[in-house]
Design a binder for this molecule. Structure first.
Ligand code: TRP
Length: 372
């Protein structure tokens, strides 16, 4: 894991397999290597971009979300980049049968966004299901991709396996759905972890194919490759809500301490940062490093023979100190559901206007506006 400083927009890494001379896909107009200059271009002219990102409202956010995406959105916003966050409610049913208690979950999500520092005046937060124009974009978009392309998508494959159920049509077409969110709201930059690159590739393919077929309407968005810390859960497995091995942003300080104290480590007393051979120890060091802006190796050196107990004590302190103001604000915001709903309604109205304009342009380009 790479550490981000609070001033950097995002830590950039090149995809392992990237050959800078090789186009990302067919019809490519932009070489891969541009991905490396994006943070600089954003820094120079933040308002020339629009960052699009989103979450499925499947439950409260945890430390992995905070360190992986949320803190980065706040940094981009604070650097002056317009940020759009889609609450991808329809995507909840890509891998389960019911959307769940959406009203409460969405309010919690908004409270967590705002508590973490997203500012509704600068960042547009909207609910996908309230912007029907986005779903209308799905139809022409689906005509531009083949079933083989959809089946090849590694995220679709992985999620389909994890869901332990037959691959549904919505999960299969989910990259096209996401393309509609991005292109329909004029997103030009999408922060992604390395494993999410193929997702965005499909959005770029759709944009280019649409332009080739119907004339220039879309600007293919660029991936802002973020070094998403690969955080493990407290049981050493991947951190995920479904495994229950996470530290939720809304957990109390006591519960956080209990979770971290119960985290698996190993029997070697001396603390060293060796992700390959000591993943659980490295994970706690990474969390401390991320939260304190320090190199996890230096943290390990400081702890030395202090052992797992000292490592955990520092992890508890780092997490609770960082999250304390956020937790207070989160609780205050949750007490004001009317305000939270207002934030969402306002963002949704703005997204509706944007998506309506895009859909008009799409229908015009296709001759679908024949009735006016
Ligand atoms: N697929 C994303 C997730 O599960 C959420 C999402 C929906 C999204 N639409 C998007 C992210 C558009 C970026 C851009 O977390």
């Amino acid at each position: 894991m790479t550490t981000t400083t609070t001033t950097s927009i995002a830590v950039l890494t090149r995809p392992d397999s990237a050959d800078p001379t090789r186009p990302i896909n067919d019809n490519a107009t932009r070489p891969d290597s541009d991905i490396a200059t994006l943070p600089d271009r954003i820094r120079r002219d933040p308002t020339a971009f629009r960052v699009l990102s989103g979450d499925r409202p499947t439950g409260p956010l945890h430390l992995g979300h905070y360190l992986g995406t949320l803190a980065n959105r706040v940094r981009l916003q604070d650097a002056g980049v317009p940020v759009v966050v889609v609450i991808a409610d329809y995507q909840v049913i890509t891998d389960r049968s019911h959307p769940g208690p959406l009203r409460d979950r969405v309010r919690t999500l908004i409270a967590e966004y705002l508590a973490a520092g997203l500012d509704p005046d600068r960042t547009m937060i909207f609910a996908h299901s309230s912007v029907p124009a986005l779903n209308q974009l799905m139809l022409p978009f689906l005509s531009l991709v083949t079933d083989a392309e959809l089946h090849r998508n590694p995220t679709v494959k992985a999620e389909s396996l994890a869901a332990r159920r037959p691959l549904g049509g919505l999960l299969l077409t989910y990259p096209a759905h996401q393309a509609a969110d991005i292109l329909g709201t004029g997103g030009t930059v999408v922060p992604v972890g390395r494993d999410q690159l193929p997702h965005l590739e499909l959005t770029r393919v759709i944009a280019r194919r649409f332009n080739d077929r119907y004339g220039p309407v879309f600007d293919p968005p660029e991936a802002l490759l973020t070094a998403t810390p690969n955080l493990l859960g407290t049981d050493g497995a991947k951190m995920s809500k479904t495994r229950g091995n996470t530290i939720a942003l809304g957990d109390t300080a006591d519960r956080t301490a209990a979770i971290i104290r119960g985290a698996q480590t190993d029997s070697t007393r001396r603390i060293t940062f060796e992700p390959a051979t000591r993943p659980q120890v490295a994970n706690l060091l990474s969390i401390i490093g991320e939260l304190t802006g320090r190199d996890p190796r230096a943290v390990a050196d400081d702890i030395g023979d202090g052992g797992a107990a000292e490592l955990k004590r520092r992890a508890v302190e780092a997490v609770n100190e960082t999250l304390a103001p956020l937790r207070i604000r989160r609780t205050e915001l949750l007490a004001e559901p009317g305000y939270l709903d207002g934030v969402l309604l306002d963002g949704t109205a703005r997204a509706t206007a944007l998506a309506g304009e895009v859909l008009d342009r799409v229908r015009r380009a296709m001759g679908m506006d024949y009735l006016g």
